[in-house]
Design a protein around this ligand. Structure first.
Ligand code: C2E
Ligand code: MG
Ligand code: MG
Length: 731
């Protein structure tokens, strides 16, 4: 992952959720704060209203208190009689103790003080001087109203008119209330405007404030002349009737919102913190998971682009790199594509098993990579096929690289302590400039590989135009072979007699297929059998030969017939069934039939080959191991083979009598075969010397041009028709 996407990824997965959590917490906090502030404001406004209400109620109550004594005949009489003791008892002291009035004054109609009481002041009469400036306007007003007979405000509850106001007496806020002293019964006639007046004073600080604070739970309630700008305090203005400000009641407001806020803030902080931690953890978990996912995706991408076994780039990656290489190369540059194929790998796989084969491929890949270095691509196409591409190179460099590859692979490998020798064939195609097609280049490299293999393996071949011709002729061969198998006459079977070493009597024949091509003439089985195997035409070809050989042998008395079977045929699940069916159809005795197989057929992991052999041996068919000694691990495998005979390959016989001849090897082969109860046949005997040696070595049966070449049926018919001694060969 590059740095930039990784950072973006981290921001999206971790930082963003945390920022969201922080943002969410802050907005939640601000919302709660705002609503608590609102509720504080509402509560504060209500408290201010409450103070106003209490004060105005107190104003009304004072007037009402006064009426308890001022609307009373006794009072009228007492003021007129200037009965100070009575006045003191009922209008002064009494109102002070009973109604907590702070002052009480009685004025005669001339506005002279006839009675005075002011709490805490000794000289009562002069005390009125403190009150007079504030009481005067009210006194004048009420006298005016009394003169005018104004009864406004009188009802069931209010018995007399009155005037009252808020004021400040010597720095103390106070209510001054004036009431006329009138008859309650109406029996005492008073001239309008000539009534005595009663003035009540109630200070609004001191006791009043304490009571108010206690009754209504006002915190730190005080009276202040001025309003100080302070958010922590509430103020309720006390105004005189004139509109002038007397002062302010001030207290620490009850703030329910702040209380809630205070209580919830720690909880809120806890929730926000938890939210933050959860989001952060979640972010980290997601980030880690995503990183893990990215890693697995990268691993998947690696698997998609590379071969699982060897770790080399795979076919698709190679194709992509080659296309890029060709795009980037200019006219003067040479691009080379190499097709590499291991020699004898199939045998390793077949004889030592797939796990060993896999280990070998891993080691091969490592060696190829080491030789190629970092600049040259080496890829695995599948199986034992590899490929390489180089651009901006010369033919000499490519040839040198091929030699290095071949040398590296020819060095012995060791898998599980077992030494393994294999080889490497390489096909090379060279292209110039950027016009070349990648597909065309690989096709040519493949053809060149085919030639390298055909030329004897362990070598490289560079594509030339003549090779195309060969490929075409191979394709033609395939097509012609298909036609031949379907035709009645192109496929023939020849028979090579086999003789007993003991008495030189002809004991049987080996059926060998022949293809009489309408234009090319006789084509050797070595040329067309591999083609038939590749295209699976071998199955129908094999059946054709078997059927024809058995049919022919029906006419040859007790002569034994050997038929060659390819590994491909043996690995078919239905092989034994088909052989049994042909024998049954012809009425041929299975005991007269011997099937020649090669070692590779036995190295079949599916187990079908062994089952086929077992089934056919059970009905009397015998099996021979052909070309013995040329296989990959002949002696080792011989231990496990279920066969009746070995056929010593003609290459051993050909070496007889020459320096370094193979007599000892053949002697050992025969010895082992006999020890295991197997018969032996030597093939390719061309000279009497070879014949002598083989007889001496104890070989059971003999076959070769010395005695007879493979012959058409007609000639075998003639041989069989002769008396049996005439069929023997004497050397
Ligand atoms: P093979 O089964 O080992 O057959 C022996 C080959 O050696 C035959 O070649 C035969 O003509 C040749 N030969 C016999 N005696 C001598 C000799 O003294 N000197 C030399 N130099 N060669 C000798 P041929 O017929 O060309 O067959 C080649 C191979 O083709 C056979 O080897 C066998 O593996 C395969 N083949 C032939 N016919 C069939 C068939 O019907 N089915 C299958 N699957 N393979 C067949
Ligand atoms: Mg044979
Ligand atoms: Mg052979």
């Amino acid at each position: 992952m590059t740095q930039q996407p990784r950072q973006n990824f981290l921001f999206l997965q971790v930082v963003l959720p945390i920022l969201l959590a922080v943002g969410l917490s802050i907005s939640l906090y601000l919302t709660i704060r705002w609503s608590s502030r609102q509720s504080d404001l509402v509560s504060s406004a209500r408290q201010e209203q409450l103070v106003g209400l209490i004060v105005s109620r107190l104003q009304a109550r004072i007037a009402h208190d006064q009426e308890s004594s001022t609307v009373w005949d006794d009072a009228v009489n007492a003021v007129q009689a200037a009965d100070t003791a009575w006045l003191d008892m009922n209008l002064g002291e009494w109102m002070h103790t009973y109604f907590q009035h702070d002052g009480a004054f009685v004025l005669n109609p001339k506005r002279e003080v006839v009675y005075a009481f002011l709490a805490g002041v000794a000289d009562k009469k002069s005390a009125y001087l403190h009150v007079k400036p504030f009481a005067d306007p009210l006194v004048r007003e009420i006298q005016k109203r009394l003169n005018a007979g104004d009864t406004t405000g009188i009802d069931d509850q209010v018995l007399s008119i009155g005037e009252s106001d808020f004021t400040s007496i010597e720095g103390h806020p106070a209510i001054i209330s004036v009431k006329p002293i009138v008859s309650d019964t109406g029996e005492i006639e008073l001239t309008a405007g000539q009534e005595f007046l009663h003035i009540a004073v109630r200070y609004l600080d001191g006791d009043f404030l304490h009571e108010l604070a206690d009754d209504y739970q006002f915190d730190d309630l005080r009276f202040s002349k001025v309003k100080v700008q302070d958010d922590a305090r509430s103020y309720a203005e006390l105004k005189a009737a004139s509109g002038a400000t007397v002062g302010y009641f001030t207290w620490k407001p009850f703030e329910p919102g702040s209380a809630v806020m205070q209580a919830t803030t720690p909880v809120l902080a806890g929730v926000a913190l938890s939210l933050l931690v959860i989001m952060a953890l979640l972010g980290v978990v997601i980030w880690r998971r995503s990183a893990h996912l990215k890693a697995s995706q990268a691993q998947l991408a690696h698997l998609a682009h590379n071969d699982i076994l060897t770790g080399l780039p795979n076919r698709a990656t190679f194709a992509r790199r080659l296309a890029k290489m060709l795009d980037a190369s200019d006219e003067t540059q040479t691009t080379a594509v190499l097709y590499l194929d291991l020699d004898r790998f199939k045998q390793v796989n077949d004889t030592l098993g797939h796990p060993v084969g896999d280990q070998l491929l891993i080691q091969v890949a490592a060696r190829l990579r080491e030789v190629a270095g970092t600049d040259t691509t080496v890829a695995r196409l599948g199986g034992d096929e590899f490929t390489s591409a180089i651009s901006g190179t010369s033919q000499e460099d490519v040839e040198r690289l091929c030699d290095q590859f071949i040398t590296a692979i020819r060095q012995p490998f060791a898998v599980d302590g077992q030494p393994i020798l294999i080889g490497l064939s390489i096909g090379v195609a060279l292209g110039h400039g950027n016009e070349i097609d990648a597909d065309e280049l690989t096709r040519k490299a493949d053809i060149a590989l085919y030639h390298a293999k055909a030329a004897g393996r362990n070598r490289f071949a560079i594509f030339g135009t003549h090779m195309d011709e060969l490929v075409r002729s191979k394709r033609d061969l395939e097509r012609d072979l298909r036609d031949a198998i379907e035709s009645k006459d192109q496929i023939e079977v020849h028979y090579q007699p086999v003789f007993s070493a003991a008495d030189h009597a002809m004991k049987g024949v080996e059926a060998l297929v022949r293809w009489r091509h309408p234009i090319k003439g006789l084509v050797s089985p070595d040329q067309f059998i591999p083609v038939a195997e590749e295209t699976r035409m071998i199955e129908s070809l094999g059946e054709k030969v078997l059927r024809e050989a058995c049919a022919a042998a029906l006419e040859w008395g007790s002569l034994e017939v050997a038929v060659n079977a390819s590994a491909i045929e043996l690995r078919s699940e239905t092989y034994a069934m088909r052989v049994v069916s042909i024998l049954g159809q012809l009425g041929f005795d299975p005991k007269r039939l011997e099937i020649e197989i090669t070692e590779t057929a036995l190295a079949d992991n599916s187990g079908h080959c062994e089952k086929n052999i077992g089934a056919l041996r059970a009905i009397g068919v015998r099996f021979a191991l052909d070309d013995f000694g040329t296989g990959f691990s002949s002696f080792g495998r011989l231990q496990r083979l279920d066969v009746d005979r070995i056929k010593i390959d003609k290459c051993f016989v050909a070496g007889f009598g020459k320096p370094g001849g193979n007599e000892d090897i053949v002697k050992a082969m025969i010895g082992i075969a006999h020890a295991k109860g197997l018969s032996t046949t030597a093939e390719g005997i061309e000279t009497p010397e070879q014949n002598d040696i083989l007889k001496k070595l104890g070989c059971d049966d003999l076959q070769g041009y010395l005695f007879s070449k493979p012959l058409p049926k007609r000639q075998i018919d003639e041989l069989v028709a002769r008396p049996s001694e005439a069929r023997t060969v004497t050397n």
